[in-house]
Design a protein around this ligand. Structure first.
Ligand code: HSE
Length: 296
């Protein structure tokens, strides 16, 4: 029975909206086997909230693999052992999609290659910046060309350590994308595209300070401020405590501070700042993960 370990991911990294993603060392384990009917078990994160019917995203991913290779889908038993908080901006749905795809592909003897899995994953998820690093690990740049995904995996720089503040409320990506404008100024577009390019160049040469300076954004975070109480204060608190940069993780509500080496005082400062706005949060210290989805 294939069991897949899939990493959490943080998307955007500030300016790289829908284009950049980074795998993190926090994992869901998803196993897939053929069985009569549909049986879905969820343990850990999402135990009471992840749908256990045909709308389950991992199940849809499993069926998509069978359809792509022209095999009739039987019933399935899918089991989740989850550590990735659900609907917090840490790629829980991308992990489910990737777990379903890789598990089903393994069940069928691996007929699909990485690029086919990437394109199926982006189609199911709607954007590539979580699913691609979940699948291939590391730091990923991705671009959609219709249904095709152009992507490049890069090694994350050495020495980067993340203080991750996970609020105890969830935020759906649909809601968080719904507040974004349909038009932006050329000035804001240039602000983001110059920083996105700079961020990748700095990451390539391991210049963490320059990477931090490049992680500002004008295309999505300012519009999402009202959805995350205390976000501006949490950002300021993390920078004052010594972070290199702070971003909303994906569509939020999780906030990530990027630090050189372990920096627990940054996490404590973020927790206190959230508390001042009545938001309880859990602090996790994570590192970039070089490996993507792995059969185990
Ligand atoms: N790029 C997506 C967004 C990521 O910011 O809406 C969602 O996790």
């Amino acid at each position: 029975m294939p069991r897949v370990r899939v990493p959490a991911t943080t998307a955007n990294l500030g300016p790289g909206f829908d284009a950049l993603g980074l795998a993190l060392n926090l994992y869901d384990y998803i196993s897939v086997e053929e069985a009569p009917g549909l049986e879905i078990t969820v343990r850990g994160e999402g135990e009471g909230s992840i749908p256990r019917g045909p709308e389950n995203i991992a199940y849809r991913a499993v069926r998509a693999v069978y359809a792509r290779v022209g095999r009739e889908a039987p019933g399935f038993r899918i089991t989740f052992d989850n550590s990735i908080p659900v609907a917090r901006g840490l790629g829980s749905s991308a992990a489910a999609v990737v777990g379903g795809l890789v598990g089903a592909n393994a069940l069928l003897g691996c007929p699909l290659g990485e690029e086919e899995l990437v394109s199926l994953a982006a189609e199911l998820e709607g954007h590539p910046d979580n699913v691609v690093p979940a699948l291939v690990g590391g730091l990923v740049v991705a671009a959609l060309n219709g249904r095709q995904v152009y992507y490049q995996r890069l090694e994350p720089p050495e020495g980067l350590c993340l203080q991750v503040a996970v609020p105890h409320f969830s935020l759906s990506t649909r809601v968080s994308r719904g507040v974004l404008p349909s038009m932006v100024s050329v000035e804001d577009a240039v602000f983001n595209l110059s920083r996105t390019a700079l961020l990748i160049a700095a990451a390539q040469v391991g210049n963490l300070e320059l990477m931090g300076k490049a992680m500002e954004d004008r295309l999505h975070q300012p519009y999402r401020l009202p959805l995350v109480p205390g976000m501006a204060r949490v950002f300021a608190a993390a920078m004052e405590a010594g972070a290199l940069a702070v971003t909303l993780s994906g569509s939020g509500p999780t906030v990530i501070a990027y630090c050189r080496g372990s920096c627990p005082r940054v996490g404590e400062a973020m927790k206190k700042a959230f508390q001042k706005h009545g938001v309880d949060c859990q602090i996790k210290e994570l590192q970039p993960c070089r490996e993507g989805a792995t059969l185990c």
